[in-house]
Write a protein that binds this ligand. Structure first.
Ligand code: SAM
Ligand code: SF4
Length: 508
């Protein structure tokens, strides 16, 4: 079905709102009427966790290297650690586990905000319906294509997260159509082609019927952040009269996605709303319920931290997360859900991003969060508060960020092979837990990074990038025949040559 913003609809917004939530698509996941967030159990585990001795914490750290979801009681003990020496041991393990599962790779992406109209009234968000300080706009399909074209052909992104408010003008049909328009872009750039190969979606919880449409349109990851797992806080910041006021509809959004055939889902909590320790427990409980029902946990975990937003009062916030706690909670999640990718965003400042990236797997770059901002002529560092959901802490270019990451020893991977050749869901999780996926990813990182360097890098970044690739190649060569066969090594050499000669989109 064709869909465009601004098309008159038969239904009023009020009528549409009544059609969204399907009670039977909540009830089917409840266990004797109860959900998987047991507030009392979490509180009592957290209280008990304070008593954990250093030796227990060290045993928990050692267990984390098995790359399995951590027991709730162990998580509760880990988040309560205050001793600086023990914390340092947790940080070290977090860096090592990141390297064990994901090597030195970092994946970059850009968010693309498609609409700021929203029927909800989340007290912390610039897009809430009663906020007059923000201009409302929903991009037409042509505008979405123009935005994505800038990202694909001028910057060189291959992976986007498309973001939407919850509104009838940005319903499932609109989201699916916007994804198709983005995938349709293919344009000649310097030595190759500019295109978006993976579109992840961050949108409100949808019914199974709507999620099937996103599946058919080729969704990468479906992200829905619970915001807070703390029920009372959830009720306080999401008015009961709104769609988002339904805690259960949101809590089971990813379960519905799995049932709609999307086996790649992402959890997240908005840190600052409730006690961060409770949120970490909630994220792990969410991962456990997904594992229990579908044999598969979340592909990624996001850790947004509250930022200021136009026309928005934050004086009510009681649980702001300090920089030290933020770093530590990232380390705890790394150990607790060790197979999952961990996403940090440009809400944070460059210094913070630098200090946590060794524990994380993905970050955004060259980001603009205003509606239509990539095609506007102002510079990226100049933010327009009245068009944004919140303010950014890092507005540097992808080229600068890649140079910095390379100088820290990271290779930036533009690989999107996994879902395009069926390595998703259970297959990828098993491979990540066993370390097998890493072997393919290492090769694909080399090839896709080489592509980006040829097509988009500045001279300075190209030089540093080529050095990193040479180093990676040497490492791969040294792992033949233990991890890679001679044949595979030969394929890699040939594929790299082909890329240097202008061929694109080669992967294992
Ligand atoms: N409307 C959809 C929803 O609520 O799920 C789409 C996502 S919203 C545009 C993306 C995410 O931004 C939210 O899930 C929330 O975690 C985050 N967010 C909202 N307000 C924020 C703020 N003031 N600072 C930082 N992140 C914020
Ligand atoms: Fe709307 Fe999402 Fe913002 Fe809430 S967080 S007001 S649902 S855009």
């Amino acid at each position: 079905m064709k869909h465009d913003a601004g098309v008159p609809r038969k239904q009023s917004v009020g009528e549409w709102v009544k059609t969204v939530i399907r009670q039977d698509e909540i009830d089917r996941y409840l266990d004797k009427g109860a959900d998987f967030i047991d507030d009392e159990a979490i509180e009592s585990d957290l209280a008990r966790g304070k008593e954990a001795q250093a030796e227990e914490i060290r045993a928990i750290i050692r267990k984390a290297y098995n790359i399995k979801l951590m027991d709730a009681r162990d998580v509760a003990a880990l988040v309560q650690v205050t001793d600086p020496t023990l914390k340092e041991e947790v940080f070290r393990a977090a860096r090592e586990i990141k390297t064990k599962v994901y090597d030195n790779r970092v994946v970059t992406f850009a968010p693309l905000y498609c609409g700021s109209k929203c029927v909800n009234a989340c007290t912390y968000c610039g897009f809430r319906c009663d906020n007059e300080a923000v201009e409302r706009r929903v991009l037409s399909m042509d505008e979405i294509e123009a935005e994505a074209r800038v990202l694909a052909t001028q910057i060189g992104h291959k992976r986007l997260v498309v973001v939407y408010g919850e509104h009838p003008e940005t319903d499932a049909d609109y989201i699916a159509e916007s994804m198709r328009r983005i995938y349709s872009i293919k344009e000649k750039v310097r030595n190759g082609v500019g295109e978006i190969r993976r579109v992840n979606v961050n949108a409100a919880p949808l019914p199974i019927e709507g999620l099937r449409k996103l599946h058919e349109a080729g969704i990468g990851t479906y992200q829905v952040f619970q915001e807070t797992y703390h029920r009372k806080t959830y009720e306080a910041v999401h008015p009961a009269s709104t769609l988002k006021g339904n805690f259960h509809w949101r809590l089971y959004a990813l379960h519905r996605a799995m049932d709609a055939g999307i086996d790649d889902v992402a959890v997240g909590a908005l840190f600052g709303l409730a006690d961060w320790k409770f949120e970490v427990m909630g994220l792990v409980a969410h991962a456990r319920d997904l594992e229990k029902r579908f044999g598969l946990g979340p592909h990624t975990v996001s850790v947004p931290r509250l930022e200021s937003a136009a026309g928005t009062d934050f004086s009510w916030v009681q649980h702001r997360v300090s920089d030290d706690d933020f770093r530590y909670l990232i380390a705890c999640i790394r150990l607790a859900i060790p197979y999952a990718g961990l996403i940090v965003t440009n809400r944070e400042k460059p210094e913070m991003l630098r200090s946590v990236i060794k524990m994380c797997t993905q970050r955004d770059a060259d980001t603009r969060v205003g509606i239509g901002a990539y095609t506007e002529a102002f510079s990226a560092s100049e933010q327009k508060e009245e068009t944004q959901q919140f303010m950014l802490g890092d507005t540097r270019s992808l080229d600068e960020i890649i140079r910095e990451l390379a100088s820290m020893g990271h290779i930036v991977s533009f690989c999107t092979a996994g879902y395009r050749c069926g390595r998703t869901g259970k297959k990828i999780m098993d491979a990540l837990e066993s370390g097998r996926e890493g072997c393919f990813c290492k090769l694909n990182a080399v090839l896709t990074f080489q592509e980006w360097l040829e097509d988009f890098a500045s001279a300075e970044t190209k030089k540093i990038g080529d050095d990193i690739i040479d180093r990676e190649m040497a490492e791969i060569r040294a792992r033949v025949p233990a991890d890679y066969s001679e044949v595979l090594w030969d394929h890699l050499l040939k594929a790299r040559q082909k890329i240097l000669a202008g061929e694109r989109d080669l992967y294992f």
